[in-house]
Write a protein that binds this ligand. Structure first.
Ligand code: PMP
Length: 449
């Protein structure tokens, strides 16, 4: 592969060439085995090469792969929408299918704005969000994203949406302890709403567990209850970006269920197609659809490939596979098993500052000194060294540190397929420990850095 016409994420990097995948393992063309502890980008939720999904793809392709949604609906799209409505809690009964998480959050934003327009309120157009968040790469989704690194190049084109601090207890923005902080980071939302004016705000968007922009940052118990109360009091819709957390990743179909909070709109993606096909969705409640039904009767969003039967058949097969194999109810115990092993590593490797997360969406944050929580300088590039070192050990993990959002700080996500077995978790931890050992030795516990 000396010459390539493919634009890859890093143009000057050498990427291994992947050949095939089975379960939690991937194999490159040199025969090297990788344990996929990041499910790609937290996507391959049921592992690789699952026969039932391949079968469903084949069956649908034999019938028809594409019809345009303005001309036809399809059995696959209808069944999928019904199955998601049944699987999601509450009255989240309406699915608008798209092809990526960015399209899903952008569609959610547009539906929120349209909802208020249908009610005759034209001023509610802003979407508030949090710093240390990622909602997608298209300009609307990036506007909502509090990811300084990904925003930087396009700032003049973006709306100034992100406003509040994240619930980042490990480095509390108010320097308080989670037990008696009074949830200032949640209440901050109300202060900002007062400043901007609720009349101008359509929605607040948040990832229930922060993924790419922080490494499984998980808020304490009452956070979302307070957020939802503030939203309700101010007539602001709550959009849950469950692109990463949805479809069982944290141990429930939607992560929001764990805080007992009911979103108005949910963005889904990644695990929906589990990497077998691009598919995502904005999932909308009855209440939000009602004025649209009695108003313009159409949602101003969508893409050529929206609701294509091929992707819908795949997603349907994924959901059926998840149910048939009782995958979601087992996520929590597998997650606890893995998390405990990662916590144990903290005593051996003091540069592991924090181990956090829910279900099989776990994050580790790395620090130069675990007492002061002093981060490594971003110039040292610890996250990248770690990802690279893990890859050498045949282990795939996902970069998610504050360093990736333009400040000092290093974190990774460990989020293997939900189908991982305990024996495979042991293999994962063994490879990870080896990675940490080599990294620590190579850089003499980072003394000079
Ligand atoms: N929202 C969240 C929470 C995500 O993690 C991502 C992807 N990392 C997106 C949106 C964007 O999804 P996509 O890359 O499929 O456009």
């Amino acid at each position: 592969m000396d010459r390539s016409n493919l634009i890859k994420p890093m143009l000057d990097a050498q990427y291994p060439v992947i050949d095939y995948g089975r379960g939690v393992y991937l194999y490159d063309t040199d025969g090297k085995e990788y344990l996929d502890a990041s499910s790609g980008a937290i996507t391959a939720n049921i592992g690789h090469g699952v026969e039932e999904i391949i079968e469903a793809m084949h069956e649908q392709a034999k019938k028809v792969s594409f019809v345009y949604r303005s001309q036809f609906t399809s059995g696959a799209a209808e069944k999928l929408a019904l199955k998601i409505a049944e699987a999601a809690s509450g009255d989240l009964n309406w699915s608008f299918f798209v092809n990526s998480g960015s399209e899903a959050t952008e569609t959610a934003m547009k539906i929120a704005i349209q909802y208020w327009q249908e009610k005759g309120i034209l001023t509610k157009t802003k979407v508030l969000s949090r710093w240390m968040s990622y909602h997608g790469i298209t300009l609307g989704a990036l506007s909502m994203s509090g990811h300084t690194g990904r925003r930087a190049r396009f700032i003049p084109l973006l709306e100034d949406f992100p406003v509040v601090h994240p619930p980042y207890c490990y480095r509390c923005p108010y320097n308080l302890e989670p037990t008696d902080c009074g949830y200032l980071c949640a209440h901050e939302l109300e202060t900002v709403i007062k400043r901007i004016g609720a009349d101008n705000i359509a929605a607040f968007i948040a990832e229930p567990v922060i993924g790419a922009a922080g490494g499984a940052i998980t808020p304490p118990k009452d956070y979302y209850r307070i957020i939802k109360e503030i939203c309700d009091r101010n007539d602001i819709l709550f959009i849950a970006d469950e692109v990463m957390t949805g479809f069982g990743r944290t141990g429930t179909m939607l992560a929001c269920e764990q805080w007992n909070v009911k979103p108005d709109i949910v963005a889904l993606g990644k695990g929906m197609g589990a990497g077998y096909a691009p598919i995502a969705a904005a999932l909308v409640s009855d209440e939000i659809m009602e004025p649209i039904f009695s108003g313009s009767k159409s949602i101003m969003s969508g893409h050529t490939l929206s609701a294509n039967p091929q992707s819908c058949a795949v997603s349907l097969a994924v959901l059926e596979y998840i149910e048939k194999n009782n995958i979601i109810p087992e996520v929590d115990s597998k997650g606890v098993y893995l998390k405990n092993k990662l916590i144990k590593l903290q005593s051996k490797f003091t540069f592991i500052g924090d181990v956090r997360g829910k279900g099989l969406m776990l994050g580790l944050e790395f620090v130069k000194d675990h007492l002061t929580k002093q981060p490594f300088s971003s110039r040292f590039g610890l996250t990248q060294r770690l990802i690279q070192g893990a890859q050498e050990q045949g282990l795939l993990i996902y970069p998610a540190g504050a360093g990736t959002v333009g400040t000092d700080g290093d974190a990774v996500l460990i989020a293997p397929p939900l189908t991982i077995t305990k024996r495979e978790i042991d293999d994962l931890v063994k490879r990870f420990e080896k990675t940490l050992q080599i990294l620590a030795q190579k850089h003499l516990i980072f003394a000079e850095e």
